[in-house]
Design a protein around this ligand. Structure first.
Ligand code: 5GP
Length: 139
């Protein structure tokens, strides 16, 4: 069963496609958080960011880099929030990697990316040291 985004890419369901190349496609979000809200996806289905092969990740970032100014200019945005919901617990509903480009406007009432988390943890220095060391060892 292919994802809704694959169905869009294959032309089985309509979408407002704004850019496509050999590995990536960008189209307007059907339920926009702001005018111009755009999704950038790899053509092939990968569920999470770490499933995406390095060469496709490079192309995906290149398309994001191309689309951010295009979107901002098209809707005269002051800024953009650019983000991935990576995994169900983070709010990912469509299991096909997609980058949200959400235009932002002065006084739009939205928050920064820091607003997405729940209660902030109170971490001691030694816990931070351990976490940093653990991440570093896996990078
Ligand atoms: P997620 O929560 O997985 O990060 O975001 C999925 C996004 O896909 C949502 O913003 C939602 O509005 C968008 N979306 C879901 N179904 C469709 C569709 O059929 N067409 C388009 N263009 N966007 C969709």
């Amino acid at each position: 069963m292919s994802t809704i985004f694959t169905q869009i890419i294959e032309g089985e369901i309509p979408a407002r496609i704004v850019y496509e190349d050999g590995t990536t496609v960008a189209f307007l979000d059907a339920n926009p958080l702001a005018p111009g809200h755009t999704l950038v996806v790899p053509r092939d289905e990968f569920e999470r960011l770490d499933d995406v092969p390095a060469d496709v990740a490079t192309d995906l970032y290149e398309t994001i880099h191309r689309m951010v100014p295009a979107v901002e200019d098209a809707v005269d945005a002051d800024a953009t929030t650019v983000a991935f919901n990576n995994g169900e617990a983070a709010g990912q509903e469509v299991p096909h990697v997609h980058c949200h480009i959400v235009p932002r406007f002065e006084g739009d009432g939205g928050g920064p990316i820091h607003a997405i988390a729940g209660d902030r943890p109170d971490l001691a220095d030694d816990e931070l040291d351990d976490i940093a060391a653990d991440i570093e060892s896996r990078a």
